[in-house]
Design a protein around this ligand. Structure first.
Ligand code: ADP
Ligand code: MG
Length: 346
């Protein structure tokens, strides 16, 4: 009904569009010397190490606009990039946003996308310092690059884990995956039978899928405790996959305990609704954007019973042993993916 009010992108032209989208973004970082508006941004990065990461999101592959509001997409696109920087134990400082869109999108739609981008920038004090905007024959592709900084000796690599290190993970796992299952289920019901989506009561899972919050607060908590991880990685592809990355890059094995894996009660409940094993949702689901890290065993007293993170196991010397100890005591090999890996448990 509101269709006639939407503004086609062609009405603005490229420069008008860029101006409109980037209007009102304020810079927070002293290292941002010149942001948007010239041929290149100018940054004064000083003495610290600079970290750089980039992520591309393609409509139909990474997101489905049937159920992802554009504002959430903008927020999440920035959030997942920030998560990579936090996983290095660094502070994100600047981003660039590159956008390819078809004329299916209106100015109002892109405004919403940039509202989400702006919310993430403001919350994390990150400056939008550039990007690119172009037309695409179909759909939307969004590529975000993020810069960050840290003293070189504070960076946490995937390769830094030591034998007997404690393995810890922030927050809880598996919820974002189930949020996606819920959205997909409702989308199919709507498509096939015209049934209106009924998603009330599932807020936590939906929020975890649609609006992940990168864990800067965990880094602050670790600093407060005087703890520095030996190794760290963010959980984007599921706990198993990230554990295997840590093991491979550190040349070690690991032992994690199923009954220690943090899973929210809502995740447990909805997993059962879908006839899924909640542990498998945590191991293989992904998109949690929590931080997985290892600590020296000596930090055990400082690290235990902390509300920000859970101890789930420890690293071991033998690189060929990557084990999940199930609730019944059975040892199962950790696999990167695949719902068949622990089939006999279901
Ligand atoms: P050029 O022609 O030199 O590539 P543009 O006209 O594409 O420059 O961009 C003008 C300015 O706007 C630059 O500072 C660029 O980084 C910025 N910019 C372009 N598109 C975007 C976007 N989608 N988001 C944020 N900044 C953008
Ligand atoms: Mg350009």
């Amino acid at each position: 009904m509101e269709k006639h009010k939407l503004t086609p992108l062609s009405e603005l032209g490229e420069f008008g569009l860029i101006e409109r989208l980037t209007h009102g973004f304020e810079n927070h970082q002293p290292s941002t010397f010149k942001g948007i508006g010239d041929d290149a941004a100018v940054l004064h990065l000083g003495q610290q190490a600079t970290v750089l990461s980039t992520d591309m999101l393609v409509e139909g592959i990474h997101f489905n606009l049937a159920y992802v509001p554009l504002k959430h997409l903008g927020y999440k696109a920035v959030a997942v990039n920030l998560s990579d920087i936090y996983a290095m134990n660094a502070t994100p400082t600047q981003i660039t946003v590159s956008l390819a869109v078809s004329n299916r999108f209106s100015l109002e739609a892109l405004d919403e996308l940039y509202q989400g981008i702006r919310m993430a920038c403001e919350r994390h004090k990150v400056d939008l310092v550039g990007g690119d905007t172009c037309a695409a024959p179909a759909g939307m592709t969004l590529s975000i690059t993020v810069l960050g900084q840290a003293p070189a000796d504070e960076l946490c690599y995937r390769s830094g884990a030591k034998p007997a290190d404690l393995i810890c993970v922030s927050g809880d796992l598996g919820a974002a995956y189930l949020g996606l299952q819920l959205l997909e289920r409702e989308r199919l019901l709507f498509q096939k039978e015209g049934i209106q989506p009924e998603l009330s009561g599932y807020d936590y899972l939906l929020e975890r899928q649609l609006k992940p919050e990168p864990r800067r607060d965990l880094l602050e908590e670790l600093r407060r405790l005087g703890i520095r991880p030996n190794a760290m990685i963010d959980v984007s592809d599921g706990l198993s996959s990230e554990l295997l990355h840590l093991c491979k890059q550190s040349g070690l094995g690991c032992k994690v305990f199923e009954d220690k894996i943090p899973i929210d009660a809502m995740t447990e409940k909805v997993a059962k609704e879908f006839h899924l094993d909640p542990t498998l949702c945590a191991l293989n689901g992904g998109e949690d954007y929590e931080l997985l890290f290892t600590l020296p065993l000596a930090d055990y007293d400082k690290a235990q019973a902390n509300p920000y993170f859970t101890l789930i196991g420890h690293m071991i010397e033998d690189p060929d042993l990557k084990v999940l100890v199930a609730r019944d005591g059975t040892h199962l090999p950790l696999r990167a993916q695949g719902w068949n890996a622990f089939e006999h448990k279901a």
